[in-house]
Design a protein around this ligand. Structure first.
Ligand SMILES: Cc1cc2nc3c(=O)[nH]c(=O)nc-3n(C[C@H](O)[C@H](O)[C@H](O)COP(=O)(O)OP(=O)(O)OC[C@H]3O[C@@H](n4cnc5c(N)ncnc54)[C@H](O)[C@@H]3O)c2cc1C
Ligand code: SF4
Length: 486
């Protein structure tokens, strides 16, 4: 432990985000950096407790799915040994620059300091370590020292595909990553907006992986413009890291009769692509400028749509959520060290509150009807409040009479989650799926019903988090290594 009395002497503190008023005028990251003195104090708060749940990664207990050696690097950071801290961090994590920016910090939910106080700022310490290493030229390509002579294809270049490719490449395999988009990175590139994760940070890592010997083939959809069977024949093993990209749709009258309703990822992807291609000058994005925007879905993807709509200059923004508002602190049933299921005010809500004077979320609300104007463009959205009732052992949302409302709307965005992976590859390779339509592959083994074909990330576990995708990519790579060594 760096400083035995650190947690008694210092309060939890994070570097202040850029103020809403300033940051919503641009697309730059809203988090800021801190200096090493500030960081040293925060690292000193780690108690190096006997049973550090922060790195267990257990689905019930919580903690970091990567098993990051958090107390060890906190101690090293406290002593100013950032390079040593990085050595520990890189043992368990391929891309801390991604998780240090976008992870919900499962580790902090189970930090012992959080039992009756405030958790250590683990995520901020993590991002500082890796950013320091990059900024000081200390991350250089690691060219693998030997080759197994075997080749592996990875389909999809999101965090699971990148982690899988990186791990296999370092183990001496010749790795080729296929990606259907024009840029690699999956949802890191074309889902999470630039203000949360700068695309230069994603591209920097992809460029490094290329220098280390990984081949990226973009603009190529396996199963459409490159036959799946050909990939199976050409490579010694195949890992499907193609995400759970099938969006959940809205069931409401008029859903398919009007123009101006889009899935959240289509809206976010077009915006980032246009931003990267031309700083939005090509206008090849869905604009929210001057519009009343209604977002269906109160989660993180919905929040990204709020932040993006505000940067376009929308007239108003509302986020509809069918579930009730979460409590502000843990309930008795949701005790430490579980992940705290509490209300979060994220960057998008903060910005909406600054602009319009209120949180954009409306809870326990659903859409009943969508109405278009004479041109068929969306004009208004009819909503109703619901209460959750139990019938035959199942909970369902029951509309409450007299709570109907009509809201003006010229752009509706659907951020209601995903139902699983698309089925093109599943059908072509005749793969088994699980009850939730994900690719069936046992956790720990990662092999699908087809020999030599593996699956990892959202495609296997369903819609999840970047940290879980990286974990699965690493573990699937180890399973492939075992398979090819047989
Ligand atoms: C808008 C949004 C914001 C999010 N924000 C966060 C966040 O802040 N923090 C967090 O932890 N998680 C977040 N998530 C979740 C996180 O991004 C995902 O869990 C994670 O990216 C899953 O990684 P993956 O590698 O399994 O799949 P993906 O990132 O979805 O990557 C799959 C890739 O496979 C490609 N592909 C699919 N089929 C083929 C094919 N046949 N041939 C070639 N390529 C193919 C796709 O184009 C895609 O690039 C967010 C999700 C969304 C939608
Ligand atoms: S990856 Fe996430 S859970 Fe793991 S240490 Fe970093 S912030 Fe915590």
């Amino acid at each position: 432990m760096g400083k035995p009395t650190g947690f008694l002497e210092y309060e939890r503190e994070l570097p202040k985000d850029r103020p809403a008023e300033e940051r919503m005028k641009d697309w730059a990251e809203f988090h800021t950096h801190c200096d090493s003195k500030f960081l040293c104090k925060q690292a000193a708060r780690c108690m190096n407790c006997g049973a550090p749940f922060c790195h267990t990664g257990d689905p019930v207990v919580g903690g970091c799915p990567l098993g990051n050696l958090i107390p060890e690097w906190n101690d090293l950071v406290y002593h100013g040994k950032i390079e040593e801290a990085y050595k520990r961090l890189s043992k368990t994590s391929n891309f801390p620059e991604f998780t240090g920016r976008v992870c919900p910090a499962l580790c902090e939910g189970s930090c012992t300091a959080g039992l009756n106080g405030d958790a250590v700022t683990v995520k901020n310490i993590e991002v500082h370590i890796i950013d320091y290493m990059f900024e000081n030229g200390k991350i250089q390509p690691r060219i693998p020292k030997f080759s197994t002579g075997k080749s592996v294809a990875v389909i999809g270049s999101g965090p699971s595909g990148l982690a899988c490719a990186d791990t296999l490449n370092q183990l001496g395999y010749k790795v080729t990553v296929f990606e259907r988009s024009d840029r690699a990175g999956g949802l890191l590139m074309y889902g999470i907006p630039n203000m949360k994760l700068d695309k230069k940070v994603v591209q920097r890592r992809i460029d490094l992986l290329k220098k280390e010997g990984i081949t990226f083939i973009t603009n190529t959809e396996v199963g459409k413009n490159y036959p799946a069977a050909k990939v199976v024949n050409e490579f010694d093993a195949l890992v499907l890291c193609c995400g759970a990209t099938h969006p959940r749709d809205l069931q409401a009258d008029g859903r398919n009769d009007v123009k101006g309703i889009h899935f959240a990822v289509d809206f976010l992807k077009a915006n980032t692509k246009s931003l990267l291609d031309s700083e939005l000058a090509d206008k090849k994005y869905i604009s929210a400028e001057g519009k009343d925007v209604i977002i269906v879905g109160g989660g993180d993807t919905g929040t990204d749509c709020v932040g993006t709509s505000i940067r376009h200059g929308c007239k108003s923004v509302t986020q509809l959520e069918i579930m009730p508002e979460l409590p502000v602190s843990r309930t008795a049933a949701n005790h430490w060290p579980q992940w705290p299921r509490i209300k979060k005010v994220d960057y998008g809500q903060e910005e909406a509150e600054f602009l319009y004077g209120k949180d954009p979320r409306e809870y326990l609300t659903t859409v009943t009807k969508i109405v278009g104007d004479e041109n068929g463009d969306i004009k208004e959205v009819h909503t109703v409040k619901v209460e959750w009732v139990s019938e035959n052992g199942k909970m369902f949302p029951k509309p409450i009479k007299g709570t109907e409302k009509v809201m003006p709307c010229q752009l509706m965005l659907l951020a209601m989650g995903f139902t699983g992976p698309e089925d093109t590859l599943i059908k072509q390779l005749s793969l088994e799926t699980d009850a939730r339509s994900n690719i069936k592959a046992q956790y720990g083994k990662f092999e699908t019903s087809l020999k030599g074909v593996f699956a990892a990330g959202d495609a296997r576990r369903g819609q999840s988090l970047v940290v879980w995708a990286i974990h699965e990519g690493r573990e699937a790579a180890k399973a492939v290594d075992e398979y090819l060594k047989r």
